[in-house]
Each structure stands twice: as C-alpha cells, then as structure tokens.
Design a protein around this ligand. Structure first.
Ligand code: AMP
Ligand code: ZN
Ligand code: ZN
Length: 429
C-alpha cells in the first residue's frame, strides 16, 4: 500500500471511530435526574400501579372493600382495552409509552430480533435489561427529561437503560418480593425530602395474573381469596398516601384480562414447526413464522394453510386483531392465530397438565375486542373527577394523561391521544 493509501485508510478509520463515538453520545442523551428542579418540585405526584391480569369485572364480582372505595372516590373506565397481542410485556410497555407494540418494539413476551439475530424472552435477564429493544420515551424517561425524580418498584422496561437512563430509584424484577415490601418502599419514597422525592412512581403486582392462569377466571373462590389479600395491601398504600397529605394521583391499570381455556383446547406447537424452513416464535395466541429463505414464504404459507385446524394462517399484513398494518420486521412474514379459546403450547406442558388431571387454565393474548381480554382503569387524585365513569378506553391513551397530570410534554409520535381521556380530569371553572 502506498503512503497515500495508508493515510487514506487512517483517515477513514478515524472518521469511523468518531462517528461511532458520536452515535454512542447521541443514544445516551440523558443522565439520571437525582434532584428535582424547582419547577418539578411544584408538580403533583403520580403512582401508576399495574395489577397484572386484573379483569374488568373482578371488582363488581367480588366487591373488595379498598378498591371499591377507591373507585367510588375517583374515576373508572368501563374497561381498559389492551393492544394486540394482549400479553404482559407488549401491553405494559404500551401503557408506559402510549405507543402500540408495533411502534415501541416489544411485540410479544417472546420475539425474534433481526437486528440482533437473537430471541427476546421475558425470562432472559440480558434481553429484558437491554435498552436497545425499547423504543419510545416511557413515562419515567419523559419525567427525567423534565428534571423530575422518578421511581419504580417493578415495571416492564424500568430495568433497562433506555435513552441512557433508568428511573432514579428502581429494582431488578424479583417476583418473590412481598407486596407489603413494595408498598412500604413506595411510602418511604413519598416521605423523602422534597428535592429527592420521586414525582412519578410505577408499581407492579402479579397476583391476579398468577391465580387467573392457574385456576381460570371463573373460579370465584380462588380469585376472591387472592383479590382480598391484594386489596388489603392496596388499602395500606391508600392510607399511607393519604397521611402524606401530598397531591398524589393514583392510577390503577391492568395489562389484560383472562379467558378460561380447557387443556383439551391446547394445540401442541411442535405439530407446526419446521426448523429447516422457518423459525417459529410462539406467544400462545399468535405464532410468528420467519421463513429462513424469503423466496419460500408463499410455499411455507400454503403448506401451513393446508394444516389449518382450530387455527388460521395469514400473511402478516392480513393478520386480524391488529389496530394497524404491522410494520416491524420482527413479526416475521406469516402469522398463525388460533381460533377463539384455543392456545398453542409446548407438547410436554400439555401432557404434564393432563397427567396432573388439570382440566382448566386461564389464558390471555387474544383479540383485544373480546371483553374477557379487557382490564381495568381506576384513577383517583386531586385533579381526577369523583364518582365518574367513562366508557371502555384503549390503553394507548393512559400515557398522555400521565404527561398532562405531571405537566410533561406529550411526544407527537405516540399513538395515544389526550382528548380521548381528558374527561377524567376536573375542569377548573
Ligand atoms: P404472561 O402472563 O405470560 O404474559 O407474563 C406474566 C409474567 O411476567 C408474570 O408472571 C411476571 O412474573 C412476569 N414479569 C412481569 N414483570 C416482569 C419483569 N419486569 N421482568 C421479568 N418478568 C416479569
Ligand atoms: Zn399480564
Ligand atoms: Zn399472564
């Protein structure tokens, strides 16, 4: 190589290094806010509580005392409509960002990522904590940008560095942490000195999802037992918050409801797999098919279509239940959707359930229009109407409401709209 060639190569190397440096700087634009700005200190407080799998009809069916009182003193929606697929991770992150899964990137509890050539799974800590999966500006980041201190006792996305930051105070997810400890910590946060006190707090409780999966949503005895336990812990939170005398808004939501699915309606996913031709990503109610050779997509589609039995096969652009035409390439080219009430699962899980004489389970993920998939929206606080009910509402609209209460800018690229939900707020006349 000539001297000139060497110099040229060196120049290219330096340029490449500089551009990768500037890329790093531009993705990590934020630093964690540890002290509230003067303006933030004057803002109210919000606790966003997610009760995983809490179906829209549980309060009416079981009358838990603290939640019933909470609703009476505030606003409720007839139900909260999840986004498709009505699974935990996509919907929590929709609530956190105001975006549909197709836009925010967490399109399933499990999905294949072309950019990383790897599979995101909610049990894989490395994946869950990898901020590059999470698009949009979740509410704690939006608050952070306004120099507002934030906190999380669990929420999907809160353990990942998104745009370079996490909530000011946060915990790595551990399902064994007692609900009482979560509540105690939230109250401690509210008792911190003003400058360090978080204004946006997220919390998460998985109890109703667990009991719903295990016994189905029609087992009144098991559901009410768990619900009353949870209600009592929430009662402690409500009482503790009232004692702070701070302007705290509490917004209680769930990610989805639950449908009874007998094990005889489980379909073994192995029956549809063909590792040579395509990758199969199963979320129970939607199976993403990624043909390894794109030119064989039609062949794979026709082959799967011929096997239709209690499920249907679609090209991704034609798949039902989406609120939009899916664009994220991580969906893959073909979707398999079970008929209502059917569910794909690994064969050994189905066999072991049958061996243990289990007949019934609860599942979710289905069509968001199905009322059984609907969750809850209950809100209470100084700017929330009392004794007020709004019709069923989509979960994309919660985020702009949170922004409005906290005086944060509402990003213009979200799917949710303030006008769809602002009637819950008191108007000053
Ligand atoms: P699913 O019912 O399959 O949609 O998922 C619900 C499960 O997600 C719950 O049992 C939780 O244990 C789990 N989960 C919730 N939040 C997190 C988190 N931040 N990290 C890992 N797992 C979580
Ligand atoms: Zn869930
Ligand atoms: Zn679940």
């Amino acid at each position: 190589m000539t001297i000139r060639g060497i110099i040229n190569n060196l120049a290219i190397c330096i340029l490449l290094t500089l551009s990768s440096c500037s890329k790093k700087i531009s993705t990590a634009i934020n630093s964690t806010t540890t002290i509230n700005s003067e303006a933030s200190m004057k803002k109210p407080y919000v606790i966003l509580i997610s009760l995983d799998g809490f179906r829209w009809d549980y309060v009416d069916r079981f009358s838990p005392p603290n939640l019933s009182k909470f609703i009476k003193n505030g606003t409720k929606a007839e139900s909260l409509i999840p986004s498709f697929p009505s699974k935990t991770f996509p919907n929590h992150y929709t609530i956190a960002t105001g975006m549909y899964p197709d836009k925010h990137g967490i399109i399933g509890n499990t999905f294949y990522s072309y950019d990383k050539n790897s599979i995101y799974r909610i049990r894989d800590r490395k994946m869950v904590e990898d901020g590059s999966f999470y698009k949009g500006s979740p509410i704690w980041i939006q608050a952070n940008k306004a120099n507002m201190v934030t906190a999380s006792y669990f929420f999907v996305g809160s353990e990942a560095n998104i745009q370079g930051v996490k909530p000011t105070y946060y915990y790595t997810y551990n399902r064994d942490v007692k609900n009482e400890a979560r509540v105690e910590q939230a109250l401690k946060w509210l008792r911190m000195p003003e400058k360090k006190r978080p204004h946006m707090i997220t919390m998460y409780f998985s109890d109703m999802d667990n009991v719903g999966h295990r016994f189905g949503p029609n087992n009144d005895e098991k559901l009410s037992e768990k619900l009353y336990e949870l209600d009592s812990v929430l009662g402690n939170l409500f009482d503790g918050v009232a004692k702070t005398e701070l302007p705290v808004h509490i917004i209680i939501v769930s990610d989805h409801g639950m449908l009874e699915v007998p094990f005889e309606k489980y379909i073994p996913i192995e029956d549809l797999m063909n590792d040579e031709l395509y990758r199969t990503i199963n979320n129970g109610v939607i199976v993403n098919i990624h043909p390894k050779d794109k030119s064989k997509t039609n062949m794979v589609y026709n082959d799967l279509k011929n096997k239709e039995e209690h499920f249907k096969v679609y090209k991704t652009k034609d798949a039902p239940y989406f609120e939009y035409v899916p664009e994220d390439k991580n969906w893959g080219g073909i979707q398999i959707i079970p008929d209502e009430g059917y569910f794909f699962s690994a064969r050994d899980r189905i066999v072991s359930a049958k061996e243990n004489s289990r007949k019934i389970s609860g599942q979710h993920g289905f069509d968001p229009q199905l009322k059984e998939m609907h969750g809850i929206f209950y809100a209470n606080g100084p700017t929330i109407k009392k004794g007020y009910t709004i019709p069923s509402i989509k979960n994309i609209h919660i985020y702009p409401l949170l922004c409005q209460i906290l005086g944060l800018e509402i990003p213009d690229n979200i799917d949710g709209e303030l006008k769809e939900i602002e009637s819950v707020l008191v108007t000053d006349e």
